[in-house]
Design a protein around this ligand. Structure first.
Ligand code: ADP
Ligand code: ZN
Ligand code: ZN
Length: 653
């Protein structure tokens, strides 16, 4: 008798699909965990990752088509990290894998040619004593978190570059993550000057070829430094030595789509798993991070001075209620300063926040922002109906009277950059440029426009958030902030902090050169504590903000989650949402529920959206509740209805 012994292996494969995403396949060879495998899925072929061999299952398995690499690309730590992330954000493993790394990158071929490194002359720089003091306190091995709170232009970037050099010298790799890819051209130059070569660049706006190339050059160790946006954290490395996150407070670090992870929090987790240091930097950290520092989880370092002579600008508050307005939008004080700056041959920046929100309701008599009595977040007016609503708890206010003084004179103070540009064009013809996402569609356009401003082809730059950070124009001596009150009108418990951050960042644009700068903020509410702190003692702001959060029970003092139900049919959506929430409320009596309420943006692509905000005392309780919400939703849902789970939410629209 003749025996045919055919060895078969059964391999679990992680696939980038919206389900759990782990399927078992058959293979001639054992495919080690972390190797890429090409497998059939339905009628397609999909590239996934081996999760290692398992026992022969009692169902038929399809065959692995190929395993293109001889060695694992994804380290075991990376796979564990993805599992932890999925777990934390209550998202399936397949969806998580799909949401953190592009399928195109995973399926791409590693380049065959050897990496050809171009080198550049080094331009050394000596750290100041303040900078050196910090670098010496950051250990280069073992897990630790460092939050560098340094005013704009204080030299945080030079600290990062110094540490990068040292970690590269140990033969390890570095991830340098930034919120805004627009900032990278200046940054790439600086990295080049300090290291003598260019970093690999990784973000979603690159061409496929460039992004794939960066991926592989980092994965195979040819490139030690990876500079990128959020997605760069998921480029695997088996010799990671340091993660740097600049501008750690930026909202762009929170991913909106599932999994709704926050890059900073995940980078801290990943660093702990890799047993390496992680550095967070910002002039205006998030209050959550300051709280973490106070709790001893993060090491806090301060940079209080700017190298060289440049001083922080003086900040002045202008009360809109007490000034006549030029063109209905700009106080005469601000107008005078712009005129003075222009006549001296200097440059001015006019900043306003316009994004996201059209209405912002203020009392014309006392200047108070109109807020919900239950939630302490701004109310929204339905267009032209006179009805106001709180998008946290759903409470409606008819015939709104000022919550502070009872006046019926409630005004909507929303206006945009175009109106400011129109006014400035009338007053100072041919002297201004406007920068916002309506006008500027590409980074190239943006850089050209900024280059024009740098060359002083215009003296006044009008813009939104886009101009708030990173820019360095020595001749800008004046910054005027209009319409910052709008932000306080966004129904978001972080709005106060956002105002603080934006003003501090924008102010940092003034007086970067020889002469001291001036910043003016025009507001309905000069007595609002946030402005007082900014003007008088900015370093005390966080105490105020954290005590405010504690008082109104907002993170980090409670754990928050948000559920967004969405469907094309309003009545069904309402019924299902209520069914889920009633049961959740019953099963989780210790949680506090806000809503269901219509989301600020109630209808997107013909789908209605209901929002429920949930506060719990502990992460564990919130997790159980959110898992259960998934189960309940699965039971009640009809048609194409969806429910998005957003843990630690940042967006409340
Ligand atoms: P931040 O990242 O905190 O905004 P940067 O690192 O960009 O600050 O530094 C601001 C400016 O000061 C840059 O032009 C930088 O080159 C310069 N600078 C930083 N550190 C030093 C130093 N030690 N000596 C001289 N110039 C410095
Ligand atoms: Zn009032
Ligand atoms: Zn409310």
């Amino acid at each position: 008798m003749k025996y045919i012994i055919s060895e078969r292996h059964y391999i679990d494969v992680l696939l980038p699909v919206a389900t759990e995403g782990v399927y078992t396949y058959r293979s001639e060879e054992n495919v080690a965990i972390g190797r890429r495998v090409l497998v059939p899925l339905g009628k397609r072929n999909v590239m996934g990752i081996s999760l290692g061999a398992v026992d022969k299952p009692d169902f038929e398995c399809r065959d692995i088509l190929s395993a293109p690499d001889s060695l694992p690309i994804f380290p075991v730590i990376w796979i564990d990290f993805i599992k932890k992330l999925a777990n934390y954000y209550i998202t399936s493993l397949g969806q998580t894998f799909h949401g953190v790394i592009s399928s195109k990158v995973i399926a791409s071929e590693p380049p065959e040619d050897e990496f050809n490194r171009e080198t550049f002359p080094l331009i050394p720089l000596e750290l100041t004593e303040e900078q050196r003091f910090i670098t010496e306190k950051i250990p280069l091995t073992g897990f630790s978190v460092h939050l560098i709170q340094g005013i704009t232009g204080s030299g945080k970037t030079e600290i990062y570059l110094d540490l990068i050099k040292k970690v590269v010298a140990q033969g390890k790799q570095i991830m340098y993550l930034v919120p805004e890819i627009a900032l990278t051209p200046q940054l790439i130059d600086r990295i080049k000057n300090r290291l003598g070569y260019l970093p690999a660049i990784y973000h979603s706006k690159l061409t496929d070829n460039k992004r794939n190339d960066s991926f592989w050059r980092f994965v195979n160790g040819e490139q030690p430094v990876l500079l990128g946006a959020r997605s760069a954290l998921f480029v695997p490395s088996s010799k990671l030595g340091l993660i740097i996150i600049d501008e750690e407070h930026e909202n762009t670090f929170k991913q909106e789509e599932s999994p709704s992870y926050h890059l900073r929090d995940m980078a801290v987790l990943y660093s702990r798993m890799n047993n390496i240091p992680v550095i967070l930097g910002s002039a205006t950290p998030q209050s959550e991070s300051i709280a973490n520092a106070k709790a001893g989880k993060y090491n806090l370092h301060f940079l209080k001075t700017r190298p060289g002579s440049s001083e922080l600008p003086a900040i002045e508050l202008v009360d809109i209620k007490k000034s006549s307005l030029v063109g209905g939008i700009m106080t005469e004080y601000m107008y005078d300063e712009v005129a003075r700056t222009v006549s001296k041959g200097n440059q001015a920046i006019l900043f306003l926040n316009r994004k996201g929100y059209a209405t912002s309701l203020f009392c014309r008599d006392c200047g108070a922002l109109q807020q919900c009595a239950n939630c302490s977040v701004a109310l929204t007016m339905y267009k032209n109906s006179g009805r106001c609503v709180c998008h946290y708890c759903g409470t409606e206010y008819k015939n709104l009277k000022c919550t502070e003084c009872g006046s019926e004179e409630i005004v909507d103070a929303g206006f945009g950059t175009e109106r400011v540009e129109e006014l400035i064009e009338q007053m100072f013809p041919g002297k201004s440029l406007r920068l916002d996402t309506d006008k500027i569609k590409t980074f190239k356009q943006m850089n050209l426009l900024l280059e024009d401003f740098r060359k002083k082809k215009a003296q006044i730059l009008i813009g939104t958030q886009l101009i708030a950070k990173g820019l360095h124009f020595p001749d800008v001596t004046y910054v005027g902030i209009l319409g910052i009150d709008n932000i306080l009108a966004i129904p978001d418990f972080r709005a106060v902090e956002k105002v603080y951050q934006l003003i501090m960042q924008v102010s940092g644009r003034a007086g970067r050169g020889e002469s001291k700068g001036k910043v003016q903020i025009q507001t309905f509410m000069p007595d609002n504590p946030v402005f007082r702190y900014i003007k008088e003692e900015p370093e005390k702001f966080y105490e105020y903000e954290l005590s405010r959060r504690q008082q109104f029970e907002y993170p980090p003092y409670v754990r928050m989650g948000r559920l967004i139900f969405s469907y094309s049919k309003e009545p069904e959506l309402k019924t299902v949402t209520e069914n889920v929430i009633i049961r959740l409320k019953n099963e989780y009596p210790e949680a506090v529920f806000y809503g269901p309420a219509k989301a600020v943006i109630y209808k997107i692509k013909n789908r209605y959206r209901l929002s429920v905000i949930i506060k719990c005392k502990t992460n564990k309780y919130l997790d159980e509740l959110l898992y259960q919400s998934g189960n309940l939703f699965g039971k009640f849902k009809t048609g194409t209805m969806t429910m998005k789970i957003d843990k630690d939410p940042y967006f409340f629209m």
